[in-house]
Design a protein. Structure first.
Length: 424
């Protein structure tokens, strides 16, 4: 008989990072008193209205809580101007909260929807990313390192703690990619349909997500027509929900909320262009990637080597994966360089590229170890500092000289007075 007890198992670095990330996403929640973030509350008001009155019209909420900018107008009634996918997902979360706590303040609804949906999806994405890299990575970055970069050293980390749609859509797209291209990927028809559902839900939550989703569908399904048919079938439900929402709110299944912006500036922009998009401009592309205002690699230089990942994957015979990653790290920045408002408004960092960041981190793992590994190690620290500053700000407060205003105007006062986690 062996009386020797097994030593207690310690947490793996990956598990510790995920637990720490979950904790900080709850504590540094950026729910600020007396401040209604237009991007977030536009969605919360719509979901609240549907739970309370069975309509997505938000006139009552605007009268009760105050007018916000991010609204659309049709027939004298106000609605959210956001793509509705995240609104649809928030409805059951807010309904469950109000069933348990009927008098919960609107800020609690925001906190619950953000924690369950956006932060939850971000953590699931990080877990799948680490698993993928553990099984198929080349050694440039390990599973724990990938989870750290995603959750603590990138713009994904910033927006995973908000009710913006960017981290949510990025997580959905990556979950779909894992299902159809990841390790152990031959899982059957329901997995393909679920991947199609996630891609379509991402697209109706943030329309530019289709720029990443379409190459992903082609990469997984080209030459495998049954798989493509199953993925297409899985995407029909979200698309049908979008059409029904548009018809109910705006009179036609093809009319998007962004065509009916309440603010004249954005209404004119949508009317004069294709929803704000024109031909991509080189200066805008350079700004999206390198400018000190929103540049992806200015804020998060750790991601820079991933630009080479599609070529590396293609040469290694992993052509499907290379195409899927290229849609995120190449195509999305080029398309967004054609958007007139590519700067992203008064918000932190490169928010329009956040949905691509899980694919950037996966791309790092596809590179051969060597100089890229040393770059990742060295650039992780300044990237983590930038991500911390982003987490220390309210989600709609930065415009222009981000460093001084973030540190002096928000981060230090917040740490001193404990403004986090106090819903209005």
């Amino acid at each position: 008989m062996n009386d020797t007890a097994d030593p207690p198992k310690s947490w793996s670095p990956r598990t510790a990072i995920l637990v720490l990330a979950a904790s900080q996403l709850l504590v540094l929640s950026s729910v600020w008193p007396r401040f209604y973030s237009p991007n977030e509350y536009s969605r919360v008001f719509a979901a609240h209205a549907f739970v309370a009155r069975g309509t997505f019209q938000i006139d009552w909420e605007l009268a009760r809580y105050g007018f916000i900018d991010d609204v659309s107008v049709f027939a004298g009634r106000h609605y959210s101007n956001k793509a509705p996918g995240l609104i649809f997902a928030a409805v059951p979360v807010i309904a469950a909260l109000r069933a348990v706590a009927p008098s919960a303040p609107i800020g609690a609804e925001l906190f619950a929807a953000r924690a369950v949906l956006v932060s939850g999806a971000a953590l699931a994405c990080a877990l799948l990313l680490a698993t993928w890299i553990e099984r198929e990575g080349n050694g440039t970055i390990g599973p724990a390192g990938a989870a750290f970069v995603l959750l603590f050293a990138s713009g994904f980390a910033v927006y995973a703690g908000t009710f913006f749609s960017h981290a949510w859509t990025g997580a959905l797209l990556f979950i779909a990619a894992y299902a159809v291209l990841g390790p152990g990927r031959h899982r059957g028809g329901w997995t393909d349909a679920a991947a199609g559902f996630c891609i379509a839900l991402a697209a109706i939550s943030e329309y530019p997500a289709a720029v990443v989703g379409i190459p992903l569908v082609l990469a997984a399904g080209w030459g495998r027509w049954r798989r493509m048919a199953r993925m297409t079938a899985g995407g029909l439900l979200p698309l049908a929900a979008l059409a029904a929402y548009n018809a109910a709110c705006f009179g036609s299944p093809l009319t998007l909320s962004s065509r009916l912006e309440a603010l004249p500036r954005y209404h004119e922009l949508a009317a004069q262009t294709f929803f704000g998009f024109t031909v991509p401009h080189p200066a805008a592309l350079a700004g999206l990637l390198f400018s000190p205002i929103v540049g992806l690699f200015f804020f998060f230089p750790v991601l820079l080597p991933a630009l080479a990942a599609p070529v590396v994957a293609w040469r290694a015979g992993r052509k499907r994966l290379g195409v899927a990653v290229a849609g995120a790290v190449w195509l999305l920045p080029v398309v967004m360089a054609g958007y007139r408002e590519w700067q992203g408004g008064a918000s932190f960092g490169p928010r329009y590229l956040v949905l691509a960041i899980p694919f950037f981190v996966l791309g790092l793992a596809m590179l051969p170890p060597g100089r890229a590994r040393w770059w990742v190690i060295g650039a992780a620290v300044p990237s983590a500092v930038a991500a911390f500053l982003g987490r220390a700000t309210p989600p709609f407060a930065i415009d222009g000289a981000w460093t001084a205003s973030t540190l002096r105007g928000w981060a230090i006062p917040a740490l001193r007075s404990g403004l986090w986690n106090h819903p209005p």
